[in-house]
Design a protein around this ligand. Structure first.
Ligand SMILES: Nc1ncnc2c1ncn2[C@@H]1O[C@H](COP(=O)(O)OP(=O)(O)OP(=O)(O)O)[C@@H](O)[C@H]1O
Ligand SMILES: [Mg+2]
Length: 265
């Protein structure tokens, strides 16, 4: 698999930057242009949303319940039909197969196949993304180890605890080595140990060049981890900067203060 993030690298596997005439150009990890989503019942969840996330960024998406974060993520992952606008992943339309193979999503809602064991869940996912059996088995064992699921490798999802299901969801998202990892409230309901493990692992992925898009309601987590943060309210982007930049702009002592001020305004 090609994991290069430079401008002129060539790659034969199909997993790499957009290929333009045999040369790979630098595209942002994510480009949303005028993205609007109105659900069938008339709810306008996201309106005319522009956002660019550079390749290799650790980016936070913050906003209150119902702000539109999961809707945006669902649009990026081609899980919903966009009403208007455009979503590009590393320069390719989000709905394309190649873009989908570049994205790993750990959804807010835990959706695991109840008939598959931990290991089978990971192997099926690897197979879906075209991994060779031996590669998928090695990767599944690595993920089981990283997320401390060794004693549950042959256990089916309904017999896992809530936190173990969350671990499996994260392991599955990372299984096919995505270039863009999207974590929608990954630490909701998980224990202290997993939080620490998860962030250690995600930081390592980020240092190796993987782009991370995170939503969380733990503001101190976002402040510590994210290089840049977008604040969303009512389906619209209201600010985007580093945590330091946001603190300065809002004259706030912490990101929590920024959040309170931004959401009140
Ligand atoms: N399938 C749907 N049909 C109709 N409306 C929906 C649907 N899914 C979400 N919505 C609405 O879209 C808006 C944005 O919801 P979304 O799930 O994107 O918010 P969120 O920012 O992820 O919130 P949370 O922090 O609670 O996860 C809300 O008003 C929600 O009720
Ligand atoms: Mg959500």
């Amino acid at each position: 698999m090609c994991r290069s993030f430079t401008t002129t690298t060539t790659c034969t596997s199909g997993y790499g930057p957009a290929n333009v005439g045999g040369v790979y150009r630098d595209a942002p990890a994510l480009e949303l242009k005028g993205l609007t989503k109105r659900y069938d019942d008339g709810t306008l969840a996201v309106e005319n949303f522009d956002l660019t996330v550079p390749d290799g960024a650790f980016f936070g998406l913050l906003g209150p319940n119902g702000a539109g974060k999961t809707t945006l993520i669902s649009a990026i992952c081609n899980l919903i039909r966009i009403t208007s606008g455009e979503a590009l992943v590393f320069g390719e339309p989000a709905r394309s197969l190649i873009a989908r193979s570049w994205v790993g999503l750990a959804e807010q809602e835990i959706n695991l196949d109840r008939f598959l064991s931990v290991r089978e869940t990971l192997l099926y996912h690897g197979g879906y993304f075209g991994m060779e059996r031996a590669e998928a088995e090695a990767r599944a064992d690595e993920m089981i180890d990283v997320f401390d699921l060794g004693s549950k490798r042959d256990t089916r999802a309904p017999k896992l605890s809530g936190g173990q299901r969350r671990r499996l969801l994260l392991a599955r998202a990372l299984m096919h080595r995505p270039r863009l990892v999207i974590l929608d409230e990954p630490t909701a309901g998980v224990d202290f140990e997993l939080r620490m493990e998860l962030w250690r692992y995600i930081r390592r992925l980020h240092s190796e060049g993987t782009t991370i898009l995170l939503t969380t309601h733990y503001l101190e987590e976002a402040e510590e981890l994210c290089e840049e943060i977008a604040l969303i309210r009512g389906g619209r982007l209201i600010a985007r900067d580093s945590a330091g930049g946001l603190r300065e702009h809002y004259g706030a002592a912490s990101l929590a203060d920024v959040y309170v001020k931004a959401m009140a305004g």
